[in-house]
Design a protein around this ligand. Sequence first.
Ligand code: 2BA
Length: 112
Amino acid sequence: MKLIIAIVQDEDSGRLISALMKEGYGVTKLATTGGFLRAGNTTLLTGVEDEKLSHALEVVERICKSRRQMVSSGLTTLDPTAMGSGAMQTNIEIMVGGATVFVMDVCRFSKF
Ligand code: 2BA
């Protein structure tokens, strides 16, 4: 058995949960926060039999879209040592998603 840990954008999470459950997978949703953007994202836990892993990952790949996002490089202006140094706050474009996925071996699965 494998545990899929999929970090996805909030916008995709509802459709992904529905699609996974429709295909018969169990899903647990966690509200998480990305370290870089400090913004909310969603982490889904899905335990799957080894032979279903590829199919489950195909569902994740089909649903989760990458999106361009503008972020402020405002850290420079929050840095007090930068005050008066002429440091400018600029916007940079990054690509977020579709999904960041970790697959782990499950040594034991129990329901009590
Ligand atoms: P965040 O850490 O908020 O990152 C959001 C997006 O910001 C990333 O999208 C990436 O495009 C960009 N980014 C992250 N760190 C950067 C940096 N040092 N410089 C420039 N741009 C940077 P994704 O790569 O699609 O990641 C989406 C979310 O997945 C991340 O949100 C984080 O919550 C998670 N994630 C990504 N890689 C991870 C890893 N190796 N371990 C744990 N979580 C991870």
